[in-house]
Design a protein around this ligand. Structure first.
Ligand code: ADP
Length: 528
């Protein structure tokens, strides 16, 4: 795509700010202008080096929507349009599925060693372009550049891990019940995979699905979020440069429900893997029934972060902060409720509030450390505002923050609320923003009961120096992931996924590859 097209598209969509006479505001305008310039120059650089793709990727070809429609990709920090990408639907998706099916025939027969080499090359390319991919992510998603580059490393780690796992898809030999029989189990790729991903981790949510799928011989049709398709498209281009055959990785974006329905309806798509909201996950699960597809779902959470009286205060503050504010609170494993035992409550609330006050909010491209970037869009800000207002109207008190940030746009102040009760919406639903609600509890039993009193079951955190308690509580928590004295627990080598309505299946680790495999039992008779 021509950089002129990008430059033309790079117009300010909504003003971040209006000029007034006050000095502070004029300074801010200069800062906003500076940020906008940084974002513009990053976009121009990425565009001229071919990193901003605006078309879908079908059968290894960059393809416009068949009716020529496009959608804007907006920088959430500035409101500027980064570029317009193809707005695709059912027809393009069906062609992508056909390409994936054709590629599956050969890719599934390539040796595991060859597939491993291609994946390893893809990993190397992702890592050698981590600056560009990080910038792209900051542009379209808003997260601070350092965090974005960190996500490239995290996202790429799944590719490296599954490059290695590709070689370890072992079967079994079963002792036979009859002397002339030999019984075997072989594992084979499930087929074409539809991978639907959200905007909060524009690279990692894709590699966590695509890498294990490719490793065992599947091919994929990826549908990234329309809010952040650019990182996915750049990663797809690198996959081809790595030698992964054209057609093995396809990317379509645009009309989400049309694309989703086409993936569900196709008998060739044998597996749907989804990360996103519980509501859409339930729809996909129901839709997959018609063609009896395998399905993995990584849905919403409502993570409790439990601080016991015997916690190390510094460790608890650091862990709660990391868990709560990563990606501006927009992760499904974010601490959603901070449950603090009464004996440590005042000390914790004080130290935590001070740490939150010191967090630096800013544009992702700002020089120096920025801890918290913007939220993804206005709807996200309105949701956070309405949750905070609901809590205040029901008796919560604001210790820190509590409103939109003076930077404007979609920036929201890192916030701490106290006197939070179960009946408040933010104690029951995922906040997906930089708001930490503190709730007091008396006993361990009460903490466990409160923690489990939700339909969600993704991540939970506990802070305690008592080893027996750490085991006891970890075992009692109805969650797929538990962090003990640690707020950042995701890694490619451990299984990620939830229980209850937080989902089905696991991603990452040696278990993650099973989601893309079918088991076949082969019985050989007449073997005497
Ligand atoms: P979020 O609220 O975090 O954006 P969503 O579940 O709405 O979560 O979105 C996650 C992904 O699911 C995105 O790629 C989105 O476009 C896609 N999506 C939304 N609705 C549907 C649908 N009906 N069918 C298939 N995919 C969908």
């Amino acid at each position: 795509m021509a950089s002129a097209r990008i430059a033309k598209a790079f117009t300010r969509r909504s003003l971040t700010h209006r000029f007034t006479a006050t000095r502070t505001q004029s300074l801010f305008c200069c800062q906003a202008h500076q940020m906008s310039t940084d974002a513009s120059s990053a976009a121009a650089r990425l565009s001229s080096s071919g990193f901003i793709r605006s078309q879908g990727f079908i059968g290894g070809k960059w393809t416009d929507a068949y009716d020529g429609k496009t959608i804007e990709v907006i920088n959430p920090a500035t409101g500027e349009v980064i570029t317009n990408v193809s707005c695709m639907g059912a027809r393009e998706t069906n062609d992508a599925i056909a390409s994936a099916q054709e590629a599956f025939i050969s890719w599934s027969k390539v040796t595991a060693a060859e597939r491993s080499k291609c994946l390893r090359k893809w990993y190397d390319l992702l890592m050698s372009h981590k600056e560009e991919l990080g910038q792209l992510m900051t542009l379209e998603q808003g997260k601070p550049l350092k965090e974005a580059i960190g996500e490239v490393g995290y996202g790429a780690s799944f590719v490296e891990f599954f490059a290695e796992e590709a070689k370890r898809v072992y079967g079994d030999i079963i002792p036979a019940t009859l002397s002339d029989r030999r019984l075997f189990v072989v594992k084979q790729p499930v087929g074409v995979v539809g991978a639907i991903t959200p905007w909060n981790f524009p690279l990692a949510m894709i590699t966590r699905k695509v890498a294990p799928a490719l490793a065992c011989g599947c091919t994929v049709v990826v549908k990234p979020s329309e809010l952040t398709p650019l990182t996915a498209l750049a990663a797809a281009e690198l996959s081809v440069q790595a030698g992964i055959p054209r057609g093995a990785v396809n990317v379509v974006m645009g009309n989400a429900s049309e694309i989703g329905d086409a993936l569900l309806a196709s008998p060739q798509v044998r597996k749907i893997t989804f990360t996103g909201s519980t509501a859409v996950g339930k729809k996909l699960m129901a839709g997959a029934a018609a063609t009896v597809k395998k399905i993995s779902l990584e849905l919403g959470g409502n993570a409790p972060c439990i601080i016991f009286d015997d916690a190390d205060l510094d460790v608890a503050v650091k862990g709660a902060l990391a868990s709560k504010f990563r990606n501006s609170g927009q992760t499904c494993v974010c601490a959603n409720r901070v449950l603090v035992q009464e004996g440590i409550f005042e000390k914790f609330a004080d130290a935590f509030s001070k740490a939150v006050e010191n967090m630096k909010v800013g544009h992702g491209f700002t020089e120096g450390a920025v801890d918290v970037g913007p939220l993804i869009n206005d709807a996200a800000v309105h949701k956070v505002e309405s949750f905070v207002q609901d809590a205040i109207s029901k008796g919560a008190k604001v210790l820190v923050g509590g409103k939109k940030h003076s930077l404007g746009m979609t920036f929201y102040e890192p916030t701490v609320l106290t006197d939070v009760k179960n009946e408040m919406i933010l104690a029951r639903e995922e906040i997906f923003g930089p708001v930490a609600p503190l709730q007091k509890f008396k006993t361990e039993e009460e903490a466990i009961r409160k923690a489990n009193d939700t339909n969600a079951g993704l991540a939970a955190y506990i802070f305690t120096t008592n080893m027996q308690r750490s085991w006891r509580v970890s075992e009692a928590l109805e969650y797929g992931l538990v962090g003990v004295n640690e707020g950042l627990i995701s890694t490619e080598v451990a299984p990620f996924g939830g229980v209850k309505q937080s989902g089905l299946g696991r991603e990452g680790s040696k278990y993650g590859i099973d989601e893309y495999l079918e088991m076949k039992y082969i019985c050989m008779g007449n073997m005497n």
